[in-house]
Design a binder for this molecule. Sequence first.
Ligand SMILES: C[S@@+](CC[C@H](N)C(=O)[O-])C[C@H]1O[C@@H](n2cnc3c(N)ncnc32)[C@H](O)[C@@H]1O
Length: 251
Amino acid sequence: MPDPATTTGAPSSYRSVPVSFVRRSRRLSDAQQRLWDEQRRRYLVDVPRAAASTSVEASFVLDLGAVPPGTGPLVVEIGSGQGDAVVAAAAAHPGVRYVAVEVYEPGLAHTARQAAEAGVENLRLVQANAPEVLASALPEASVDELWVFFPDPWRKSRHTKRRLVDEAFLPLASRVLVDGGVLRFASDWQPYAEQVRDLLEAAPGFVRHGETRPDGWAPRFEGRVLTGFERKGTAAGRVVHDLAYARRPRR
Ligand SMILES: C[S@@+](CC[C@H](N)C(=O)[O-])C[C@H]1O[C@@H](n2cnc3c(N)ncnc32)[C@H](O)[C@@H]1O
């Protein structure tokens, strides 16, 4: 079987590191496409690209003075999938601003449809490879909470290098989080959850947040709604682990 690290996502001539997603070919139906064409104007941020279609031009910086509208705290969800968590949160907390970063267009279209149905205004969508968004598109010290829920587990050992949250991810998260800002993570794949917990425990820039237990696991984040991924994991007998670590203050 070909290795997706070299045959999917962006061609290696576009990016020097493997990406954490594969290109999926599911297309929107004509009706879904018409709806998405309307709603993308309302929710989708226009991102200038570098070489790959989900890349971000390095000089691009989101204007957080205007996007999303408002002045409240900013929560960014990475790999928002169908948008269940971020839309529920945005509807419940109209004073908080939300940005959902996702590469998968049908997921974004579904998120926009849910948001429109809920009358949500405090949410914007970014279709892009998340590490690039964290590296330059989000201003430094601009994010109050960064959420990563059920990232693709990349279970096979030859694929673990494609996991989104790794050593290279933490400095990017640290760059965008405000002092005391919180990185929240959840996974039903124990080896991945343990990997991320161990990385955060060892990271000098992060400290346990809230009611994190001595073993490093946090209580289930109450702002995390039950999604299909969690339901599937639980049905298969897997345990979901939550993590919550705060960024240490800059000096
Ligand atoms: C397993 S799904 C989980 C979706 C959602 N968080 C949930 O709990 O239902 C992981 C999602 O992350 C997205 N993703 C993976 N790598 C990404 C990246 N580098 N940038 C943006 N999105 C990414 C995938 O397209 C997919 O929708």
